[in-house]
Design a protein around this ligand. Sequence first.
Ligand code: UD1
Length: 421
Amino acid sequence: MEKLLIEGGAPLKGRVKISGAKNAVLPIIAATLLGEEKESVLEEVPGLCDVKTISEIIESVGAKVRYNAENETLTVDATNLIATEAPTDLVRKMRASFLIIGPLLTRYGKAKISLPGGCAIGTRPIDLHLKGFEALGAKIEIGHGFISVTAPNGLVGNRIYLDFPSVGATENILMAAATAKGETYLENPAEEPEIVDLANFLNVMGAKIRGAGTNLIKITGVERLRGENYTIIPDRIEAGTYMLAAAMTKGDVFIENAIREHLKPVIAKLKDAGASLEESINGIRVYASGDLKSVDIKTMPYPGFPTDMQAQFMAMLAISKGKGQVIETVFENRFMHVEELRRMGANITVNERCAEVVGVEKLKASRVKATDLRAGAAMVLAALVADGVTEITALHHIDRGYHNLVEKLISLGAKIKRIEE
Ligand code: UD1
């Protein structure tokens, strides 16, 4: 078993380059399945475990995938696919595997998949994805842990209202509607930058999608799409995590590639907490000297405060002066990091979806687990400021979303190593 050993106390200083966004690249890799002619070449593709998993999933239906780790380029040839069903063991690894349904359904009129896995943060149903497929004319059958979606006569555009702006459902519907007959209007879709990135890629492939990033998306179905070249946007959650690392360690870090428009709530809350930020065209500098102050946060769909930064902010509040409130509205069970932070001496009380964090003078090193991806990031942040050497296990969660974490932190002066037990 591998673990991270982190000795707290070193202020992080220097420059860190943010990788391509995990949550943009996963749907975009799924969308390459729509390329009936030519291969797609994706750039800024981070070498993450989730990227490997989705690559294996699209390979299992016949796509030819090559990853060049040196220049972070992924090439997909999906011109000749051989199957519309993905193997259960791969699908169970990652919830985003459900994203291959939209492209397979619209291209072949059918797709079958086992119920998807992923981080254990709430029940995470897929009813909105299915509602979208049904509205486009598909038939859904569920049984024995599988979901089968069929549309033998093809999909037809429709008006679809999402009860909640689900990121995954919006992406699946965008892909399915891209080659449906006629027009689809998607009301109350997710507005995340990753949705815009997917729509931009689909448009480069020949789709006609307007309004991605707003609360109404219009998709005019086209006959077919072709593979194309595309560069993935930088990861706003990775950027946000390093911003907090800089502020918490009283360091000074330039976060290269961080896009300010994607990070407005994180920037605002960090400023409220007393960190200094300088925003420029190619990144954001974050520095802090004095103690941080507590702030309140409430997670919301974009452009609200991102749920994927909630755990990391809780780690920051654990050492900030005063009392801060954290309300999680997106997922119903996303406080698993609380128990781990408490092991390090954090003072946190939870009442349903609301946590109250009273800042302590110092966290103390302990043995903790990465209970999910962002919870793992929170443990790393806490360890960077704790007294002593913290051990973090269950690193497979962190590997899903942080490219070269150890190397990047070492380059900023952190005392961190990854060892085999
Ligand atoms: C995506 C992100 C994840 C992020 C989340 C919210 C990827 C690969 N993952 O996940 O990192 O935390 O957005 O920003 O992009 N829901 C339903 N029915 C559905 C679908 C979702 O009720 O059919 C609920 C979920 O249970 C959850 C909420 O909607 O409570 C948000 O889910 P969703 O936006 O779909 O998140 P994901 O796409 O799974």
